[in-house]
Design a protein around this ligand. Structure first.
Ligand SMILES: [Zn+2]
Length: 339
């Protein structure tokens, strides 16, 4: 208990007072607010004594409540629900609130209490937080409703954790090569590699061709500026230079739903693997020199198929001087047949 000396009107002298809590109702700007307030009590007679500090605290508590309450309006509450493309009925079930309540809030015939305002504010500032309500309240839904809601909330599922661990695995895989000539002297940047792949596969691309486009981009950038784009280590495989453990890279991206990988048979009966981006690349990941290279490489090989680009790459010193699964040093960039 906090003790303090206060003047007691009852005892008509200074007394020791203790701080206690009680439920109170206050009217502020014509609205009533229920709060738990702190007040001081005389230890001799048990009467409440005036305490300016605690009074100010109470006033602040009430005015804060007023502010919070008026920081939301019916239009905004409706917007938040519409952000999820959900009906009032499904939204109510999702938040474990009554449908009549949601209707009244959106019509403005009643205001949410502070807990519900807190929920709305959370959803507004972090739309993905809807998933925690979904996890808590999914038993509210009938099977067909559940399907609808899952579909609507698909884009709010947080992939950050999965992305983090996949990214770490990939970084671990390339770590031994970091800051050596095998990454072009930098720390491998998985973001840049992912977005290079998203860029080249935005209108689908053959996997074998994609591998070469990546290699030429990193190596040409290195040839021009002594710095690669992504710092991916590439190694020698029969079809040409490819990112080390390239299937792991592509598998990781498919797992994160960034790309799709599908097989097709061409008229001659060969199986072709097509990579298609499922997300837009972020242009801001790349600087000017990166962009010059990416556009140049894409343009240069525009008419090349899997076979022709492999044949082209087989003429590179980088490939001729290395053997299977040997890392291709960025020093070979010097002899690249592109400029
Ligand atoms: Zn007293």
């Amino acid at each position: 208990m906090l003790k303090r000396i206060r003047y007691c009107d009852e005892c008509r002298c200074e007394r020791e007072a203790v701080v206690k809590e009680r439920n109170s109702t206050y009217t502020y700007r014509n609205e009533q607010f229920e709060i738990i307030e702190e007040y001081a009590e005389c230890t001799e007679c048990g009467n409440a004594v005036t305490d300016e500090e605690l009074d100010n605290k109470t006033l602040k508590q009430v005015s804060d409540l007023y502010q919070i309450k008026h920081s939301v309006n019916p239009e905004m509450l409706k917007e938040i629900r519409k952000g999820y493309d959900l009906s009032q009925y499904l939204f109510a079930k999702l938040l474990n609130m009554g449908i009549a309540t949601i209707k009244r809030y959106e019509l403005g015939t009643s205001s949410p209490d502070t807990t519900q305002i807190g929920i709305y504010k959370l959803l507004k500032s972090n739309p993905k937080s809807i998933m925690q309500f979904f996890e808590q309240n999914k038993s509210n839904f009938e099977p067909d409703e559940l399907k609808t809601v899952e579909k609507k909330l698909e884009s709010f599922i947080d992939n950050d954790d999965i992305e983090d661990s996949s990214q770490r695995l990939l970084e671990k895989t390339y770590e031994p090569h970091n800051n050596t000539i095998e990454t072009g002297g930098i720390t491998f940047n998985y973001q840049k590699l992912f977005h290079m792949i998203l860029f080249f596969s935005r209108e689908h691309v053959l996997k074998t061709k994609l591998m070469k486009l990546l290699w030429y981009s990193d190596f040409l950038r290195y040839k021009r500026t002594q710095k690669p784009i992504s710092g991916t280590p590439y190694w020698h495989l029969p079809y040409g230079p490819v990112p080390k453990k390239h299937d792991f890279v592509l598998g990781t991206m498919a797992g994160l739903d960034l790309i799709s990988i599908r097989e097709e048979e061409n008229p001659e009966g060969y199986t072709m693997i097509l990579i298609q981006a499922k997300k837009d690349f972020d242009p801001n990941i790349f600087d000017h020199a990166d962009w010059d290279v990416l556009r140049y490489v894409e343009d240069y090989f525009k008419t090349y198929g899997s076979r022709t680009i492999s044949d082209f790459a087989h003429e590179e010193e980088a490939w001729k001087q290395t053997r299977d699964e040997q890392i291709i040093s960025y020093e070979y960039a010097e002899s690249l047949r592109l400029n």
